[in-house]
Design a protein around this ligand. Sequence first.
Ligand SMILES: Cc1ncc(COP(=O)(O)O)c(C=O)c1O
Length: 421
Amino acid sequence: MISIPRVLLHHAIALLYNNCMKLSFSSRSDAGDLPPNRLAAARARLLAEGITIDEFSLSNPTRAGFVRPPELFVLDDPGNARYDPDPLGLLSAREALSAHYATLHRNVDPGRLVLCASTSEAYSWLFKIYCDPGDAVMVPKPGYPLFEHLACLESVQTVPYRLEYVHPKGWRIDIEHLEDSIRQLGTRCKALILINPNNPTGSYIHERERSSVIDLCARHNLVLVVDEVFFDFSLERHPQQKSFMGTSEVLTLVLDGLSKRLGMPQMKLGWIAVAGPDDVCMKTMARLELVADTFLSTGTPIMRALPGLLQHEQAFIEMVRTRMRQNYAIYHEVLEGAESPHRLLACEGGWTALVESPAIADEESIALRLLEDASLSIQPGFFFDMERGAHFALSLILEPAAARAYASRYVSCFQRMLMDV
Ligand SMILES: Cc1ncc(COP(=O)(O)O)c(C=O)c1O
């Protein structure tokens, strides 16, 4: 018998596979086939040329120069050698979280808390338990693009509801538009997602909106999902800023996690707090427990470390808020001088402020010019589904000296662009 060398055999199989197999991917993972956009391609080229690019929309708290006690990041605990899985997450961690929220005047029973790896994962679990493929959830527009991807991966459609801006009062939900869209979707609509405060608009849900959305959820049988990852990061505290944790009227799930609260996205711990009428809460807990038990995705070391970590939370939040206020004032000063063509939008909280600048070209072309001429990487408004004008997202967590320098480069680059038109 003639023996065929193994390499040749592998080549032959690969050829056959490429030519004959029609490998099909799921439509819900389609976004991966998209080519990189012009901005991403230009960024990659500049980086390959060794050019330093500054992140004007920085949202990674571990890159923002916050000085943290090093022991925060060492999860050195012999108890980590044991694995005692609890689908909802270690009871000791849930009790610590419940006690911690009590100090913030927010009530959540440890039995109504579910721990997971991140807020993003929490969304995917909620979509799994409330939605069938083809169902829809309402999301704010402008809003963070993550939700669309998370929903798409669960074969769920996101339907945007409008937030309207009136200067300098700020953003409000267009309740009529929201209700119209819910009506049109009928029973396909399963949840209303609120981001409190929203990213990138920095707007909290105010009292009047709060009663309207609760009423809408009650009348249309919707689950109210409230993402409060930025809740404690207000520029100024205001009585209008109220958490949805412990809402009793309708089934309400509040999402949060260490990613923002302690500026530790790398630690991978998020949670869902369930509230509302007892019957639906119990049914929800049973379904969540099933999903959580299937994945058991939360790590023992971080859950065991949680009680200690929470003691550092207030110091971190206050350090970030101080910086947010400094940067917002810097942006006002640098971007809104006399006869400036730029306008800083009203912002109540969160890590981003929006600037509106002259729409001398489409946002992508302006962002390209800022990247190539000023070495500034900046997220344009279309990234957040903003409709009109030219908007850009400015980080409020940058070191203030960097915020000032980037804002000045932004203004100068715009002056050059304006001379060209
Ligand atoms: C409003 C909002 N929710 C959730 C997340 C994701 O948080 P996590 O890191 O916990 O998945 C982000 C990320 O920036 C966000 O902006």
